[in-house]
Design a protein around this ligand. Structure first.
Ligand SMILES: [Zn+2]
Length: 326
């Protein structure tokens, strides 16, 4: 029996794992199961359906599914392009999953789903204009305006990581050069750490990686910075400035009241946020003539995608359609 108080299913389809949770109306994940992401659209649908069925045995009252998928998701819930999921191209996930499960399904971009989770239950709660940015393997973005997630004409809006800041820069996962995420993702911090270590500029960071340049990751850089080691602090400061360049550009365009930052680096706390706020204030247009834009850590952590997708599924029960309204 589904109803206004029933939980819903939220699925987070990422490049590594498919996570599926059953989530109540307060955004609490009652239970979660996961499987490694398989190859190809048919296998992805079968895996997602299997995870939902497993949870449905104990939560039969849940009868709507929301999916957040890492890639370009169109208005009909088809994943057109997913750079980090092999074999997932032009895949009509929403239609296939509805046919498989016989319940209403909505499929959204994973970063949009995570942003919606933070708006409904997390750090962007109550904000009418917000940016939710995830610094991970790439950079995920969600734009909230007038209290709604902005998806654009085709569903492909807010691909903020693929904003070109240097046409001669490193090659991005999408194939283009110098996109923001090739400088400011968690992956990029690891690459900077290895470059500095190879150049003899990061002895503290290198020591943490056992003296192996190839073993340097963003985690070692973060640990070094948090411990106050000069090379770690300087490296993180350079990285944070790249993050601030993108955030300031987006703030100049969108004028958010709040910027929510998520991803593993958020655990660094003030070691990340203090230099980030300073760099942002230096980069944004006319900082002394505008209200301060709060830059705050996300509250839902790695569950944001599952929680946000489940929140999207609630709209279906209210009579909404799995095809988005623009
Ligand atoms: Zn790109």
């Amino acid at each position: 029996m589904s109803g206004a108080e029933s939980p819903t299913f939220g699925v987070d389809l990422g490049g590594t794992n498919v996570r599926c949770g059953v989530v109540d109306r307060d955004g609490v994940v009652l239970r979660e199961v996961r499987e490694p992401t398989p190859l190809g659209g048919d296998a992805v649908v079968a895996t997602m359906a299997g995870l939902v069925r497993r949870l449905a045995e104990d939560f039969p009252e849940a009868a709507a599914v929301g999916v957040g998928a890492a890639g370009l998701v169109d208005r009909d819930g088809a994943v057109q392009f997913a750079p980090n999921i092999q074999g997932l191209r032009r895949a009509p996930l929403r239609r296939a999953l509805e046919a498989e499960l016989g319940v209403p399904v909505v499929v959204d971009n994973d970063a949009n789903a995570a942003a919606w989770g933070e708006v409904v239950h997390g750090a962007a709660k109550g904000a009418l204009y917000a940016l939710v940015i995830t610094l991970g393997t790439g950079i995920g973005g969600g734009i909230v305006a007038r209290g709604r997630v902005i998806r654009g004409a085709h569903g492909f809006a807010a691909e903020v990581g693929h904003f070109q800041i240097d046409p001669d820069g490193p090659v991005c996962a999408c194939g283009e050069r110098g996109h923001w995420e090739s400088y400011a993702s968690g992956t990029a911090l690891g690459r900077m750490g290895r470059e500095w270590a190879a150049a003899g500029k990061a002895p503290g960071v290198l020591a943490r990686a056992g003296g192996q340049v190839d073993a340097v990751t963003g985690v070692f850089v973060g640990d070094s910075a948090q411990a106050g080691e000069p090379d770690g602090v300087a490296l993180l400061a350079e990285y944070v400035d790249y993050v601030a360049i993108g955030l300031a550009g987006l703030a100049n365009i969108l004028d958010p009241e709040r910027i929510v930052v998520s991803g593993g680096l958020v655990e660094l706390g003030d070691a990340l946020f203090a230099p980030l706020r300073t760099a942002f204030a230096r980069r944004v247009e006319g900082p002394e003539y505008r209200p301060e834009i709060a830059i705050v850590p996300a509250q839902l952590g790695e569950q944001a995608g599952v929680i946000g997708a489940a929140a999207r599924a609630r709209d279906l029960e209210a009579g909404g359609s799995g095809v988005w309204v623009r």
